[in-house]
Design a binder for this molecule. Sequence first.
Ligand code: SF4
Length: 313
Amino acid sequence: MMKCKRCRAKAEVQVRQHNAAFCRTCFIFFFQRQVQRTVEKYRMFTPADDVLVAVSGGKDSLALWDVLLALGYRATGLHLGLGIGDYSGRSTAKSEAFAQHRGARLITVNLEDDGHAVPTLARFTNRAACAACGTAKRHHFDRIAYEHGFAVLATGHNLDDEAARLLGNLLHWQTHHLAKQHPVLEATHERFARKVKPLFRITEYEAAVYAFVRGIDYVLEECPNSAGASQLTYKDALNRIEAAMPGTKLTFVQEFLRAGRPNFETDDAGAPQSCEGCGMPAFAARCSYCRLVQEVDAKRRPDRAARLAGAQP
Ligand code: SF4
């Protein structure tokens, strides 16, 4: 019988990357301590900070919100209703149910309310849904954090996400992206929040087990647009390597941060200016979200687009 590394009771959860096994209670302790150590080691935030947690309704973001609340951090949820059919409806319902159950504050923004849901953004601009979605998410996360006075924005990216992203960036030698891959991105504009990833050393498997043992009711289905995404191919390749050599993903990401990333720092695009459309950070005269919306409106409502083009910040 496999025994819990901490209390010697019967183990129920094996954590191969740490060559350890735990009973349920000790796994919860282990998981929460891992997150706390990451938050402290990388100076992500302190108990005095108000943290905005981006919550999709999936296991990773709800597990993150749960652990931050359990550790006593001041964590408010932010959920974006992306307007992706029934999937978005169920994601919103799970996020709201979690907030209600935990008595936590949740800010919900529906992209359909101003007519710019993800399917609309993609359809009118001929972009891939995930490209349009990424631009919209980045904009609204920053905007809501700024408007509500949050200096820190936490996302539920886990080790599998970070390792897959790193592999993709390396395979294509995307040096700008390598320069920006870090679990803490400091604010480089007055309307930017510090972006942090407290789960970046936690595997997807560990997050799923944590969500299960904590009784978190999350949306099980994947977004319909995720099928065929290159990220899944990278994750699959990394899972095969991890199965043969446990701990490889963690070493890959940690050693990149220690030894690899410093070589790319000069490729960082630097501090942004202010968008002349919305005032949010931009690396051109207008931010990528304003340009996206302008493109949609130009095709859908030419008169409104002309008015927006002349708008002042
Ligand atoms: Fe957005 Fe693509 Fe993720 Fe769906 S899979 S939530 S469209 S980024």
